[in-house]
Write a protein that binds this ligand. Structure first.
Ligand SMILES: [Zn+2]
Length: 242
């Protein structure tokens, strides 16, 4: 299965949470320790876990350090307000990666920008962005059993997209919710199509999840990292072995 994080620039904390989770798994495997009361050697037998902790590296760089990190897109990012704290979600070209997938791509949605923007511009065509294309290529190559995308915030689990959502998805989401206290939800408006989990479900007819980690205002502060990581450890582990 596949875990991936930081589709949105200002959601960089998800990268750190995922890397820490990966590190904990490796540590426990190496030392023969149980993690969240689970025997990892047994639980992960026959499994391969993929981690892509930073889907949108240029967006994260802009969110953290401003437009001067955007290379040849510096002027564009500056004009679009990339130096305003807490604003940047897109990649350096002003395309929102999590709206650039081929899942309801042409769905009319009032309020979504039709040109490069700090957030929610879906791009000229599905997979127009190298980040999107690379992630789709990885999925086509490995045919994951299921995938999970980490975002912030809201303490919610999204699990459905259209008619190809597999019947087991809802129950899996409920098990994951029970391990974390998160809510099982369905997104609305612009967040309800064009995202990675939507595309994965629609393309492979297998489960795809979005976890909205933590609670507060994006970007969540670095000081939330350990707290969120501890709260979702068991959920991520169940997700890995389910
Ligand atoms: Zn997000």
């Amino acid at each position: 299965m596949l875990f991936c994080a930081a589709f949105h620039g200002q959601e960089w904390i998800t990268s750190l949470i995922l890397l820490r989770f990966c590190e904990e798994i490796c540590f426990c495997l190496q030392k023969n320790l149980r993690m969240a009361e689970i025997d990892l050697h047994r639980g992960l037998q026959g499994r391969t876990l993929f981690f892509v902790p930073l889907i949108n590296p240029d967006g994260v760089e802009i969110a953290l350090s401003g437009s001067h990190t955007a290379g040849r897109y510096e002027t564009l990012v500056w004009q679009l307000g990339g130096d305003i704290p807490g604003r940047w979600q897109a990649n350096a070209r002003g395309v929102d990666i999590n709206h650039n997938f081929d899942a309801g791509f042409s769905t009319p949605c009032p309020g979504m920008p039709d040109a490069p923007a700090p957030r929610r511009y879906r791009g000229g065509s599905p997979e127009s962005e190298p980040e999107t294309a690379a992630l789709c290529a990885l999925c086509r190559k490995h045919r994951f059993r299921h995938v999970t995308a980490l975002h912030t915030q809201g303490e919610e689990i999204y699990w459905d997209y259209g008619e190809h959502t597999p019947p087991q998805s809802r129950m899996m989401a409920e098990i994951l919710a029970s391990a974390s206290g998160y809510a099982v939800s369905s997104p609305e408006g612009a967040a309800s199509f064009g995202g990675f989990k939507d595309w994965f479900i629609d393309t492979f007819h297998r489960p795809g999840f979005t976890f909205e980690l933590g609670r507060g205002e994006n970007p969540l502060p670095l000081s939330d990292m350990l707290k969120i990581g501890n709260q979702v450890r068991e959920m991520l582990l169940l997700d890995a072995i389910m």
